[in-house]
Write a protein that binds this ligand. Structure first.
Ligand code: AGP
Length: 626
């Protein structure tokens, strides 16, 4: 995820901003930049690559090198500016390039901004601002904010930011500064995090505390929908109408390591808790019309291909394979296209029957998994069109495909995939709905309903995270010493069971098996003993009653049934050892919500076993070898 840092005060801003950005490196980024104001000038310097590339550019230009970075870099490097903003970018809209790196600025170079998140209505705003004479220089959605603020500027940056904020849709956080108010930063938050760091005669603002932790531990949280005005002497919080808001200060006692994890004890736990935001980012502007899906974005597959496709083949490994399994149900149900699921390492050596008319989808969060890439190449060589679903811009998979659909989960550090999984599933839902639109296989009203349900997903994830902690911790307490867990599911509940079992296996080293519940009596039932924990995905679906029968069979063998339920299955609560209720959503979308307690269960058990959940033994985050 991108990183923001801003400083206004009395010390040289450039060093403080660079130091702050370094502390945000753990979030992952592909380019970086800073803007500084001094002597009635505002200048930006941006560079692709890591922060040393940015530093080199600043240094080289300060020394008078003619490497083409422009006068701005010279000025930034040389001025003793005490106001500035900085950014590390993880590309989502637009390629990794210097033009797309932040800060962005308006046509007259008066207003500079750094932005995290997504502006959903940027196309509409961009058209209007362009018609009014704005000259856009990047492919990003973020740039629109600089032009919009400039268009509202009438001598007071805070007022211009409030007016712009009222027009922006999406979820984002940004910090703006204007050359005409050199001692002011104005920030705004809608969903994406922002926090203020308070100092004596100086103030900081950042997307996360580590950016200024070495300077101050006195913080003020920026809440959703708020505008913040920072000046060296103090900080004002405002509503979007300009009314003042009182905000307490807090003392942060985290060490640097905890701060990097946003206060969570591990990256995996942090990433589990980021899932609502990352799903929101992944669907954001793609459902902005409210009634349909728009996947027409740079690098996307030519949609004409969707109409002519006869069959879809999904190739992937591990968790990404499970995401594909969910996608199969959705695409077959909504778009009425046959979907075949293939484990990439098997497919590549199978002499598969594939060619023209086939759309092969490779799913890989890293975009570097050797087997997935090889399977995609095999299919492409035989004439199939290949679509990549990945989280990493510039990864190999993006070069080995005819089009890409990006998830927007930000960098995932925990080896066990969590937020990238739910974003993959969200991306496949979008694809399934778009296919259905193009092929006319679902009535527009049904598509509109499903788009509405997609929009509810982030809230349902939040609700789940807020409610399942206690029952999950209790199950972990009761079962962390057990040596075997069985997971059962049907229909879309089956990939959820598979993913839950994989998570537990990966990080707790407990043997797990996951089965289609209907298959249980064909073998795995022999494994059931007196205390065997059996995790059942029993959320509402057309096969719920069948699932309940399977659970009764499990209970009859004395095993412990742990059921993930929704309102429709609430009546089974007294027939199972433990029920973990999650909010109900359209049953096809339920996996994204149902998997959350299973991720947490794996986490809580691994923690009780004293294991390193972020780096489980023998596993690598990116598997670039066979
Ligand atoms: C998931 O928790 C695992 N780390 C693993 O199964 C992973 O999903 C698999 O290696 C595929 O990785 P990819 O998505 O980067 O291709």
């Amino acid at each position: 995820m991108c990183g923001i840092v801003g400083y206004v005060g009395k010390r040289p801003a450039r060093e403080l901003l660079l130091a702050g950005l370094k502390k945000l490196e753990y979030r992952g980024y592909d380019s970086a930049g800073i803007s500084l104001i001094a002597d009635d000038h505002i200048d930006a310097v941006r560079a692709v690559g890591n922060l040393s590339a940015l530093e080199a550019k600043l240094g080289a230009n300060a020394a008078g090198s003619a490497d083409g970075a422009g006068d701005g870099a010279v000025a930034v490097a040389e001025r003793a500016a005490t106001t500035g903003i900085g950014h590390t970018r993880w590309a989502t809209h637009g390629r990794v390039s210097e033009e797309n790196a932040h800060p962005h600025y308006d046509t007259d170079d008066q207003v500079h901004v750094v932005v995290n998140g997504i502006v959903e209505n940027y196309m509409t705003l961009k058209r209007r601002l362009s018609d009014d004479g704005s000259d856009f220089t990047s492919e990003t959605d973020a740039e629109v904010i600089a032009h919009l603020i400039a268009s509202h500027y009438d001598g007071e940056l805070a007022a211009a930011v409030r007016a712009a904020f009222a027009e922006l849709e999406g979820h984002f956080a940004f910090v703006a500064m204007s050359v005409r108010e050199p001692k002011t930063l104005v920030a705004a938050r809608r969903e994406c995090p922002l926090v203020v760091g308070r100092g004596e005669g100086e103030q900081f603002i950042a997307s996360a505390v580590p950016a200024f932790l070495a300077q101050t531990r006195t913080v003020q949280q920026v809440e959703n929908g708020e505008i913040v005005v920072l000046r060296p002497r103090g900080v004002e919080f405002q509503t979007v109408s300009g009314d003042p808001i009182a905000r307490e200060t807090e003392q942060v006692d985290w060490d640097e390591d905890t701060a990097e994890k946003g206060g969570y004890e591990t990256f995996m736990l942090k990433e589990i808790h980021e899932q609502a935001d990352t799903v929101a980012e992944t669907i954001a502007d793609r459902v902005a019309r409210g009634t349909g899906v728009d996947l027409d974005e740079p690098g996307a597959l030519d949609e004409a291909l969707f109409v002519g496709v006869d069959r879809i083949v999904v190739v992937a490994c591990g968790t990404s394979y499970h995401a594909g399994l969910i996608g199969r149900y959705a695409i077959e149900e909504w778009a009425r296209l046959p979907v075949e699921m293939e484990i990439a390492s098997e497919y590549r050596y199978r002499n598969p029957v594939v060619g023209e008319g086939d759309l092969v989808i490779g799913i890989s969060q890293s975009g570097e998994t050797a087997d997935t890439l090889a399977a995609m190449r095999t299919a492409r060589q035989r004439g199939a069109k290949v679509l990549a679903i990945t989280n990493v811009m510039g990864s190999q998979i993006t070069r080995d495909s005819d089009g890409v659909l990006f998830t927007r989960a930000g960098l995932e550090i925990g080896v066990a995939a969590t937020k990238t999984f739910v974003c993959q599933v969200a991306a496949i839902y979008l694809l399934g709905l778009r296919l259905a639109e193009l092929r006319g296989s679902l009535p527009p009203e049904r598509i509109a309903t499903l788009v509405g349900e997609l929009g509810r997903l982030p809230h349902c994830i939040e609700e789940t995270l807020a409610s399942v902690g206690t029952p999950v911790a209790q199950i972990a307490e009761d079962h962390w010493r057990d040596e075997f867990f069985l997971y059962l599911g049907r229909h879309v509940g089956l990939p959820v069971a598979l993913e839950g079992a994989l998570k537990l296996k990966e990080i707790s080293y407990i043997a797990t098996d996951a089965y289609a519940a209907g298959e249980m009596k064909h073998g795995p039932i022999a494994l059931l003993g007196d205390r065997t924990p059996v995790v059942c995905v029993a959320t509402d679906s057309p096969v719920l009653e069948k699932m309940i029968s399977n659970m009764q069979e499990v209970r009859a063998r004395g095993a412990h049934v742990i059921a993930i339920t929704t309102a429709a299955s609430a009546h089974i609560a007294d027939q199972v050892e433990v029920a973990i209720p999650v909010p109900a959503i359209d049953w096809m979308l339920q996996p994204i919500v149902a998997v959350v307690p299973l991720q947490l269960l794996a986490y809580e058990i691994a923690k009780r076993r004293g294991l390193n959940v972020d780096q489980p033994r023998n596993l690598a985050k990116t598997v670039t070898v066979e």
